[in-house]
Design a protein around this ligand. Sequence first.
Ligand SMILES: NC(=O)c1ccc[n+]([C@@H]2O[C@H](COP(=O)([O-])OP(=O)(O)OC[C@H]3O[C@@H](n4cnc5c(N)ncnc54)[C@H](O)[C@@H]3O)[C@@H](O)[C@H]2O)c1
Length: 438
Amino acid sequence: MKLAVVGTGYVGLVTGTCFADCGNRVTCVDIDQRKIEMLNRGEVPIFEPGLADLVRRNVQARRLSFTTDLAASVRGSDMVYLAVGTPQAHDGAADLSALWKVAESIAPHLDPHAIVVVKSTVPVGTNSELWTRLKTATGREVDVASNPEFLKEGAAIEDFTKPDRVVVGVRRPEVAQRLHEIYAPFLRTDRPFLSMSPESAELTKYVANALLATKISFINQMANICERFDADINDVRRGIGHDTRIGFAFLFPGVGYGGSCFPKDVRAMISTFEQSGLEPRILQAVDWVNEQQKLVLQRKIETHFQNQMEGLTIAVWGLAFKPKTDDIREAPALVLIDRLLDLGAKVQAHDPEAMRNVRQIYKDRIRHLDQPLDALDGADALAICTEWGEFRNPDFQEMYSRMKGRVIFDGRNLYDPQRAAQAGFVYYSMGRPVVGLS
Ligand SMILES: NC(=O)c1ccc[n+]([C@@H]2O[C@H](COP(=O)([O-])OP(=O)(O)OC[C@H]3O[C@@H](n4cnc5c(N)ncnc54)[C@H](O)[C@@H]3O)[C@@H](O)[C@H]2O)c1
């Protein structure tokens, strides 16, 4: 098939590349000229494990190309995927302006048989509205399908090519059939292909993210109460997880969720509830708890140093909103760094992949270190915000010798508290007793 994928970000680039890799001819389109120029030079503008190789292979095989020419890419395409951003608008709702702009631009160039597939996360009713707009613009009934994306940054290719499920929202079974054909290479091991109405598909995406965010805020609050009573959230987690109705997945306390999806999707869902006259009490609490959770590590640091932060040097490990990505959108680490700077502390930061993005924000207001141990030199404390694999087994002795102060604030529970204490550190973690305080 010939495909156009509009929006060449985390989702569009992965979608286009994976479809190209199974023999389709794919053109990825973006308005960001710099991004397209990079891709045409063979550079991949984002970090996603395995993506650069896959892009290179498919470009070489002439199945994958990049352009800013939307009209040319849409002409003759069997499917036009929309993967543009749907960020949070000022009122919390999803900002659909990019989607509507693309809809208007593609309309004159759509082939009569083309399907427009919405991969962006969009509020319930958007596909229906898109259908109406395309009908007005073209004078005919264009097939529109909802096809929400569930990939996780950091494991995007794996998730796309081995999906837990593929969800499509269609009005006509023939459209579902054509979507099934394009997904068939990824469904060979009986992975579910779920066809439903566009409204149900749109809501499926938001309900999935809302529930995942709820799990995170829930366990974070439970971790906070554990701390008050010197209980250990890990023991509690094991204690509840063996109940098969509860399970273990996605119940790790941390510094709050970030990224380009959970925060904005929870708020967009809140907005949908409000517009529908329903009270989004659970989701409001999830959002509130998350905002509070982003401050927990910083409060521990301030309390430990008796609110005398001026002139202290704090090393921060992990800046991306989660491991294996360079994405720092809504990353909790940035909230911590901002606060530390406000209080007059100096920050020495390291992340294995996100340094380029972080440099653009902070420039010379913080020190950017390419090696984790270098970020510790002379530091009064270490704060850990992201659970990168390379932080999990550090050389505590080397850390001890490089740091000036011997205190670790671990927002991700990476270490065995006893080990950290034996190495001479005061060790704060999430939902577990503090160790090493004399
Ligand atoms: N990132 C994720 O993990 C993830 C997962 C599932 C779903 N989603 C959803 O997928 C959508 C895209 O997310 P993303 O993270 O890939 O966003 P992104 O910001 O990385 O990429 C969006 C791209 O769209 C481009 N764009 C904007 N307006 C355009 C226009 N008029 N024409 C052409 N290109 C245009 C931007 O330049 C950008 O490159 C969002 O709705 C998001 O909620 C994201």
